[in-house]
Design a protein around this ligand. Structure first.
Ligand SMILES: [Zn+2]
Length: 389
């Protein structure tokens, strides 16, 4: 039995067939707004039900409840605002030309992707959002930087999707309906979601194996839209392909991508990412160390604290940091190994990145050599100045 969608009903606002054709030609006559990649990906996730029960970009009531109280207007916990702030140059048109009740075509790279039924337009306080949600106004924080570049007026209302967003990893981009179908076919009842933004090292693998001892299957679900100095998502996907094919038992792991802008917001982001995975049908959610942090804005275990008493209908599985122990000769954690300090070899993916970029190889106890080779290939490409953006 896969998990109930959050709020009880899986939203589906993806247009299909004749209706899609009709609405596509309508869209070409509407006021159009070109939006950025993060917004169009959010529109897609609203329409496919990944953000159920949301049916559109948030109204002012939902927005203020989420920012100030971490709930939707109806009281359901929700921690990250899902908002549409077109660029500043649209502000005059939004307050002048546009009326509530109008339909607007949302364009991305010159093509119509979605129709927004404008229910409300409102100014928002970016500083308040930054302080409450990201707990910093520092523009070195990737999401805060982006926020301060947005226009000043939010558009709220229901979203209908005309077409899915196409990208290099599209074939991994399963919808909640698709993952739910796969889980049912596999007859999995307990399904753990594994949130990640990195290729796998041995400590990740250890956590996944521990998880597989407890559940029927695992959804490895990397987020794809990351900050510039993260590994490219193609490297993550390829690393996991390798791991699943060569090391995990058949039919215990599904690899899919979640193409949304990563929200680096500590416990708020962790709760949001768990809710989204409930919509994909997962019953459990793996919460490791520093699951949704960046820099040192957040405490590494704050998500554990925040999720302990919170009922969002998906069960967290908490893990402390794991690392290699020279004396145990394996991956351990402070809960499973009695040694200390010098016996332990810890490595983070940013260190792995530095090691590989400087032409060296990470210790094989921490990263499988085959995976290190995959990463090396991708880093070579990523740092090629000729690469088109
Ligand atoms: Zn040990």
């Amino acid at each position: 039995m896969v998990s109930e969608p959050y709020g009880g009903r899986l939203i589906n606002r993806v247009l299909a067939g004749r209706e899609r054709e009709r609405r596509l030609s309508d869209a070409k006559e509407m006021i159009s707004i070109e939006v950025d990649r993060g917004a169009i990906l959010d529109a897609e996730k609203i329409a496919t039900g990944a953000y159920s029960p949301l049916e559109g970009f948030m109204s002012s009531t939902d927005y203020y409840n989420v920012v100030r109280n971490e709930t939707l207007e109806n009281g359901l916990p929700w921690t990250i605002p899902i908002i549409l702030a077109p660029r500043e140059e649209h502000d005059a048109g939004i307050t002048g030309e546009l009326r509530d009740g109008d339909e607007v075509a949302l364009y991305y790279l010159g093509e119509p992707f979605a129709i927004l039924h404008v229910e409300e337009r409102f100014r928002f306080d970016k500083r308040e959002l930054a302080e409450k949600v990201f707990r910093t106004v520092d523009v070195r924080h990737p999401n805060v930087k982006e926020l301060f570049n947005m226009g000043g007026i939010l558009l709220a209302g229901g979203v209908d999707l005309i077409q899915r967003v196409d990208h290099v990893l599209s074939r991994y981009e399963l919808t909640p309906l698709e993952t739910r179908r796969i889980f049912s076919e596999m007859r999995w009842e307990k399904i753990a979601a594994y949130q990640t933004r990195n290729p796998p090292h041995m400590a990740h693998e250890y956590i996944q194996r521990c998880t597989l001892e407890m559940v029927d299957g695992i959804l490895i679900h990397p987020v794809t839209e990351l900050k510039e100095d993260d590994f490219p998502p193609q490297a993550t996907v390829e690393g996991y392909e390798f791991l699943i094919k060569n090391f995990y038992p058949k039919n215990r792991a599904v690899l899919a991508t979640l193409s949304i802008q990563m929200r680096y917001a500590g416990s708020r982001a962790a709760i949001f990412l768990a809710i989204v995975r409930k919509n994909y049908g997962c019953t459990h959610f793996v919460v490791g160390r520093d699951i949704a942090g960046v820099g040192d804005y957040y405490e590494p275990y704050e998500a554990h604290e925040a999720m302990k008493g919170l009922d969002i209908g998906i069960e967290p599985i908490f893990f402390r940091e794991s690392f290699y122990c020279k004396r145990c000769r394996g991956i351990v954690s402070e809960r499973t190994c009695g040694h200390t300090g010098d016996d332990h070899v810890r490595i983070s993916m940013s260190e792995v990145r530095h090691i590989i970029s400087s032409g060296k190889e990470p210790p094989p106890q921490t990263v499988r050599p085959e995976i290190a080779r995959i990463l090396k290939r991708h880093l070579g490409t990523a740092e090629d100045p000729q690469r088109s953006t």
